[in-house]
Design a protein around this ligand. Structure first.
Ligand code: ADE
Length: 224
């Protein structure tokens, strides 16, 4: 999968791709991340990428021309399945969306900044708008990272044990059951006996039951 990220602050995006699972996915050649500094497509001598809004009002707006130039240059090189815009008024990211996006070949992620982008960018270039939650960030970059992490770990071969993404919370609309590791007893706090019984079918049954209870307590909306 190839992910092209368009941003005015590429520095915000570098280190998360240089560690842990996202780094490994790149090293394994399963993911290609390309960062594009929108200022490289800016207008005039001042590297301008934003301007005042028509009709007045506080805050700057990202201009259409640099964004058009950047997206068009990318589209000349390959076809894209989606051009995603990160914005608080987009559709809230969930596991189902991450699953679907992880199956795509090439995507562009545009990070908004300032007040956001000229509406014509959204009308003519964007195929999908995604929010990471009902709060406003100072830009779309952190949201883009969250989206990338959520989708990259689902790409076959990225996680060592393929089943481990399938047993994540939300994959079947259930939260994950509690998990334990050694020691079996610590300060008198014991691991549930069933988990050390070696009875695999019973353990599976217990896990399903716990996942259901956990979901009912914390996120009953997922069961509706
Ligand atoms: N940009 C600013 N706030 C955001 C949010 N909540 N989700 C995605 N992009 C954003």
């Amino acid at each position: 999968m190839r992910i092209d990220i368009i941003t005015v602050v590429p520095d915000l995006l570098t280190s998360p791709f240089e560690a842990s699972i996202m780094k490994r996915s790149i090293e394994k050649g399963l993911v290609d991340i390309q960062l594009h500094n929108l200022r490289d497509y800016s207008l005039g001598n001042y590297n301008q990428v934003d301007d005042y809004q028509y009709g007045g009002g506080a805050g700057m707006v990202m201009m259409i021309e640099p964004i058009d130039k950047c997206i068009s240059a990318l589209k000349e090189q390959r076809d894209y399945d989606e051009v995603i815009y990160m914005t608080p008024d987009g559709k809230t990211l969930n596991q189902g969306m991450a699953n679907q996006i992880s199956t795509l070949e090439n995507i562009i992620i545009l990070c908004g900044h300032y007040k956001g982008v000229d509406q014509r960018v959204r009308d003519h270039f964007i195929t999908r708008e995604i929010s990471i939650g009902d709060y406003v960030l100072s830009g779309g970059e952190l949201g883009a990272l969250i989206l990338c992490d959520a989708i990259i770990r689902l790409i076959p071969g990225v996680l060592g044990n393929e089943t481990s993404a399938l047993t994540d919370s939300f994959q079947d609309n259930l939260l994950a059951p509690p998990i334990y590791t050694r020691p079996a007893e610590y300060k008198g706090w014991e691991v549930p006996e069933i988990l050390t019984s070696g009875n695999t079918p019973k353990i599976e049954e217990w896990r399903e039951d716990q996942a259901y209870k956990h979901t009912q307590e914390r996120r009953p909306d997922l069961l509706e």
